[in-house]
Design a protein around this ligand. Sequence first.
Ligand SMILES: Cc1cc2nc3c(=O)[nH]c(=O)nc-3n(C[C@H](O)[C@H](O)[C@H](O)COP(=O)(O)OP(=O)(O)OC[C@H]3O[C@@H](n4cnc5c(N)ncnc54)[C@H](O)[C@@H]3O)c2cc1C
Length: 461
Amino acid sequence: MADRDVDLFVIGAGSGGVRAARVAAGYGARVMIAEEYRVGGTCVIRGCVPKKLMVYASRFGEEFEDAAGFGWTVPQPTFHWPSLTANLAREVTRLEAAYTNTLDKWGVTLAKSRAVFEDAHTVRLTETGETVSAETILIATGGWPHYGPDIPGLEHVISSNETFHLPELPKRILIQGGGYIAVEFACIFAGLGSEVTLVYRGHNILRGFDDDVREHLRNEMQMRGITVTCGHTVTAVDKAGDEFVTHLSDGSTVTTDKVMFAIGRRPNIMGLGLENVGCHIAEHGGIHVDEYSRTSVMNIYAVGDVTHRINLTPVAIREGHAFADTLYGGKPTRVDHANVPTAVFTEPEIGVVGLTEAEAREQCEKLDVYKTTFRPMKATLSGRDTRTFFKLLVDGVTDRVVGCHLMGPDAGELIQVVGIAVKMGATKADFDATMAVHPTAAEELVTLREKAMSYGRAAAE
Ligand SMILES: Cc1cc2nc3c(=O)[nH]c(=O)nc-3n(C[C@H](O)[C@H](O)[C@H](O)COP(=O)(O)OP(=O)(O)OC[C@H]3O[C@@H](n4cnc5c(N)ncnc54)[C@H](O)[C@@H]3O)c2cc1C
């Protein structure tokens, strides 16, 4: 081991890579990390963080309108896009410095370069041509936006990466995609005042989420003026002066100032030199790993989006930490990927943990469904036409809550806490035994008495 340059070489200083590097270094490993763009990775530089700040920005418009019902007179507010993007850029730079300092503090050597494999123990830094040998190599290169088939005019299309740097707020934007990034940006742009058209090839947005949530979100988005077009794809994009004319598969066209695709992200393995080491790639395109994040090559590991397990920041961080604990801390640690709570920062916000109703019906012999939809209290005076939606899925045999789906203000915050209960195996009786907090929306979670539906044996009875 001593004749290698470092004990651990990490490729990619994003959520998973930074955590793995600093924890491994904390255990005494000699660690080097390479980053080809900016330290912090997708989450910090062009994902969760700047997006959430944009979400905040996009919500003020409704807040100003709602204030009237509470007696406030707000002068006609105006929005200045360059102020928002400049402030975002400043915050991202601050965070990047914080991440860089952390690496420095733990004695991790940072190489500002792309790194590619030469062989299973050697990487080449493309900036300098220097090679570094390592006992262990961790691939933490994340994911990259996928643009789909090579249609005419694809060069005019932007991804979420570019949205943070647009010189001005597009008056009209077409977004293709139906996943969480597509719907979040649709709501962000609509909230900031853009005219938004969302085009999705499937029958409804948010594939993989609970059907009630998908339907409810679509209605709410449409109520906020977003045009949601399902069952179509973009076939071509023409540039016409400063505008873009997008052709859809039904022959119709939509003219906008920007066209964005958010149709999925692919594991970032292109050009990494994996052919030089022979890591097995799984069918979904991610690097195949075992439960300790080890690839098919004994000394090479992979964590985060590049493994295409659950593509979320906390998961990448947990996998990076578990890797370092396992290899350098003497604590073999597997990451439990079950019941990962997650949020979608749309308007209204979504918080989800556990199974969808369709999944629960397949997995539970007996299933009880509790759901409620109601007008949030704030809307009584603001007059806003919006509904909160809560759903609990309960295993009818064990009484365990196997799924919770929330849509309404702060659903992302709520689901973090509900996630603890679900992870602990809480039953519906535990929810019912918990005293309500009044007056809140969350109290509905512990006062759901009437079953909306029972499946399985109960349905047959
Ligand atoms: C718009 C958007 C919004 C999101 N919102 C959320 C959210 O709200 N909540 C959530 O949990 N997740 C969110 N995500 C997902 C989250 O950002 C990722 O799951 C997370 O960043 C994955 O971490 P990672 O370590 O696997 O990869 P990344 O954070 O992507 O880091 C990979 C790093 O590797 C670098 N790299 C790649 N190849 C090389 C190479 N050969 N040499 C050197 N460096 C290389 C890249 O430049 C990058 O910095 C969002 C993603 C996007 C795009």
